[in-house]
Design a protein around this ligand. Structure first.
Ligand code: 0A1
Ligand code: ZN
Length: 852
């Protein structure tokens, strides 16, 4: 069967034939023969008049029995479904009871009910519940679930509130109707770190973070993040938690980051477990953000869910937007915004510029798991940010209150979402809706003019063609702008210019002198700003802009200009950039985290993207060399003051993961990286030996690896952490991501020969094969060895875990950017993947789209 035959279209949506009034599930757990009894109370759906068969989804199930209103029947079954003909169904309500057998210990795809280190757990989003029992596995079928679990394992968990338990069993009742993708079950020998939360109406909620015995001392930060998320959600969005318990479980084998199952969030253990010795500051920030994200889904995703999977951005874009707001409030908002935009450009702009580009709300898919993308999540969040900028904070709040009020308990659509904004503000959002339906990153060309005391900014938007969408319409773009005087004072504070046409001018009068514009402050729209700016003007903004995002952006743009000139014209490292960075880095009045960001150079893949967007062919080797040369020049330019900076940033305080300390560590480590380029690694070796946290260990090790030193430290690290999966993942990915271009693939081959390279574990696979794919110059090495090795591993993983194989395959999405020889090699590998017998629909869809 080819991909085209199974494509699902948004336009074909119909409500389900039946409504589901109640679900009772009994699980008799056994590793290779778990029994699942499901009692489903159906009635015909008045929204689908006439008589219809009942078709339930089901995959890989062994049907043991089936009864309709207590009478045994023999339904029609095939590989994907169970059907009862309309003529065999009562015209009113009826109960269907099935018993199936499944084998969790043979489930390597990690969808449905599976096992991880002797513990049972589930992953049902998007369509995993059909691997547990026969069911209408679609998000618009919502029902109340009662669950009984029978097992000798000590901890038995499901959604909702605990009802009763005895020796070898437990019962749970979830009072909130939910779609099956939010179902969860966990059974294992687990230990909890517990707390309580008192909601604003005074209800007491028991909180537990469940982990494997021995990991209890690494849960404090996750629990603290949960409590802060619950409080923030009440204060900022007025939303209260709605069950007596909230459970979080950490699992080592997990395809994604985490999952928002009602009252029972399941997490990839790397986003729960943290201690100063094992987690970096980045890990802490990510744990805080993901705990918040999953918790926020309780309202945006669970109480209000999606009508169908095309509406995925309804819950994901909004929840990402909310977790970004939360992180901004917990930490430095400016630093968070910069980090979020760096990630957006690295992942979403890259996706939008290649063969996998798709709208925030796609209109067709083969495998929905392939659409949990940066576009749906991150661009989906940016679209909400633009909406908030356009309507203002007060109207945003009104619209959200209306959304929660009007749609609580619904399976909603993007149309419903936009309607609440229209009703709350009286605005017509039909043009704005293009952000949901059209793919591609708009380019915003800017010209300015100063005539007779009038300053004019003229913008022209270009919306590039993307797969299946050759032509586009102009979008609504909120452009935040401020104007500065040549002496550095701000003469026009930030105002929002609302662009709606293809080309549009905005006039500013009453200015004494031609101003310097600061455009797209705070990155007010996910667009590429296309404006030739003199290095001196960028340096001016880097020194004076009052908008921290644009201040950083000026330095970044300057660095990119320098790198492009070095790669394409053989230019030297520019003094404008070096002086500008030096001024910021040593400015004690600025936040150390911000200064550290200004020291970070654009990633090599980002540079390749920039060069490609300028209609030139990027050369990965030259980009790699130019970046290194820039770092060398920076190290020389910052000179001896770096040493003082490094020394002064260590205040000897005991470790805390807070943003202030993390920022100082980031700047200190950036300084160490530059110092290491001059001292042959002496200081970094010392720093490694004295490190008091994982952040410092990894920082010192990175500095050493960058100058091809550190063999002893690499070995010492592995010896110390060999039994710790999450820490060893860091070790693998650090080594591979720092390998020289020609050595990256051979090193990966060597590392895959290690005993602890458990490639069936998605985290380990990503830390090794994903790290090779992320080493830009290594993956794209002209030998083609990087392409070949990644393709080999995708072919190997696919039969066991198609979802992770399909996600890692996006490594190839940029292949059309490069020169003919590289393109030929990458394409040949993609074609080789396609010739693999029994390729999964997941990986097939991705590869076919990349080759289209
Ligand atoms: N909804 C989760 C992410 C998630 C999505 C799909 C999964 O399996 C296919 C697993 C988790 C979130 O946004 O956090
Ligand atoms: Zn989510």
């Amino acid at each position: 069967m080819t991909a085209a035959q199974k494509t699902i279209h948004l336009a074909d949506y119909q409500p389900f034939t039946h409504l589901l009034d109640g679900v009772e599930l009994t699980f008799r757990l056994a590793p290779s023969a778990t029994r699942v009894v499901a009692r489903l109370a159906f009635r015909p759906n008045p929204a689908r008049p006439g008589r219809h068969p009942l078709r339930l989804d089901g995959e890989g199930l062994k049907l043991l029995s089936c009864q309709l209103d207590g009478q045994p029947i023999t339904p029609k079954t095939d590989k994907r479904s169970l059907t009862i003909l309309a003529k065999d169904l009562p015209q009113g309500p009826f109960t269907l009871e099935t018993e199936v057998e499944i084998a969790p210990d043979a489930n390597t795809a990690l969808e449905g009910l599976y096992m991880s280190n002797g513990m049972y757990c589930t992953q049902c989003e998007a369509e995993g519940f059909r691997k547990i029992t026969y069911y209408p596995d679609r998000p618009d079928v919502m029902a109340r679930f009662k669950v009984r679990i029978e097992s000798d394992l000590p901890v038995l968990l499901s959604n909702g509130n605990p009802v009763a338990k005895g020796k070898g069993w437990a019962e749970w009742d979830d009072p909130w109707p939910k779609p099956a993708y939010l179902f969860a079950l966990v059974a294992g020998d687990l230990k909890a770190r517990s707390g309580t939360f008192r909601t604003f109406s005074g209800r007491k909620v028991a909180l537990n973070v469940w982990v494997r015995p021995g990991d209890e001392d690494r849960c404090a930060y996750a629990l603290d993040s949960l409590i802060r998320s619950m409080k923030w959600e009440e204060e900022v969005y007025g939303r209260e938690y709605d069950l007596d318990v909230f459970n979080i479980v950490a699992v080592d084998d997990f395809n994604m980051g985490a999952m928002e199952n009602k009252g029972l969030n399941i997490f990839n253990s790397r986003y729960v477990l943290a201690s100063p010795e094992t987690a970096t500051d980045e890990d802490y920030a990510r744990i805080e953000a993901i705990i918040a994200h999953e918790y926020f889904h309780n309202w945006t995703g669970n109480r209000i869910t999606c009508r169908d999977w095309f509406q995925l951005c309804l819950k994901e874009g909004l929840t990402v937007f909310r977790d970004h707001q939360f992180s901004g409030d917990m930490r430095s908002a400016a630093v968070r915004r910069i980090e979020d935009v760096v990630a957006l450009r690295a992942r979403q702009f890259r996706e939008d510029a290649g063969p996998l580009a798709h709208p925030v709300r796609p209109e067709s898919f083969v495998e929905i798991n392939n659409f949990y993308t940066a576009t749906v999540y991150e661009k989906g969040a940016e679209v909400i940010g633009m909406l908030k900028t356009l309507v203002g904070d007060a109207a945003y709040k009104r619209a959200l209150d209306l959304y929660f009020d009007r749609h609580d308990g619904d399976a909603a659509t993007i149309e419903d979402w936009l309607k609440v904004f229209e009703d709350a503000t009286g605005r017509d959002l039909s043009q704005f809706k293009l952000w949901y339906s059209e793919a591609g990153t708009p380019r915003l060309k800017v010209q300015d003019d100063w005539t007779d005391g009038v300053y004019t900014l003229t913008f022209a938007q270009e919306n590039p063609a993307t797969p299946g969408q050759p032509t586009k319409q102009p979008k609504v773009i909120p452009i935040n702008v401020g104007l500065l005087n040549p002496n550095g004072d701000e003469v026009v504070p930030t105002i929002m210019l609302e662009m709606t046409r293809e080309s549009q001018s905005f006039r500013f009068e009453g200015l004494a002198a031609r101003p310097i514009p600061s455009i797209l402050r705070g990155f007010s729209a996910p667009v590429i700003l296309d404006r030739a700016v003199a290095p001196s003007e960028r340096a001016f903004l880097l020194a004076h802009d009052t908008d921290p995002f644009n201040r950083w952006e000026a330095g970044r743009a300057l660095a990119k200009d320098v790198m492009v000139d070095m790669v394409t014209k053989g230019a030297e490292v520019s003094a404008d950039w070096l002086d500008g960075v030096a001024a910021v880095v040593f400015d004690e009045s600025l936040d150390p985290a911000f200064r550290a960001l200004c020291l970070r150079l654009p990633a090599e893949d980002d540079m390749a993207q920039t060069i490609h967007a300028a209609k030139r062919v990027p050369d990965p080797g030259r980009i790699h060399a130019a970046r290194r040369e820039m770092l060398g020049a920076l190290s020389v330019r910052l000179g001896e003051r770096l040493q003082r900076l490094y020394d002064n940033l260590d205040d000897g305080a005991p470790f805390s993961p807070d943003a202030g300390q993390a920022g100082r560590r980031a700047l200190r480590i950036a300084a160490l990286g530059l110092l290491t380029r001059r001292d042959g690694g002496k200081m970094a070796s010392l720093a490694f030996a004295r490190a008091k946290s994982m952040t410092e260990s990894i920082g010192a090790l990175s500095a050493l690896l960058d100058i091809r030193q550190g063999a002893a430290e690499v070995a010492a690290f592995a010896t110390r952490w060999v039994g710790d999966r999450n820490v060893m993942d860091k070790w693998y990915s650090l080594l591979i991501s720092h390998a020289e271009p020609a050595e990256a693939a051979p090193l990966t081959v060597r590392l895959t020969g290690r005993d602890d390279f458990d490639w069936r574990n998605p985290n380990r696979f990503r830390s090794v094969i994903g790290a090779l794919a992320g080493n830009h110059a290594g993956f794209h090495h002209r030998s083609g060895a990087g392409y070949r090795l990644v393709a080999d591993w995708l072919i190997r993983l696919d039969p066991l875990n198609p979802q992770t194989a399909a996600r890692v395959s996006t490594a190839f999405e940029t292949w059309p950017r490069y020169d003919a020889a590289r393109r030929r090699r990458a394409k040949a590998e993609l074609e080789r993947i396609l010739t693999t017998p029994t390729l999964s629909p997941d990986l097939r869809e991705m590869v076919e789209r990349m080759l289209a």
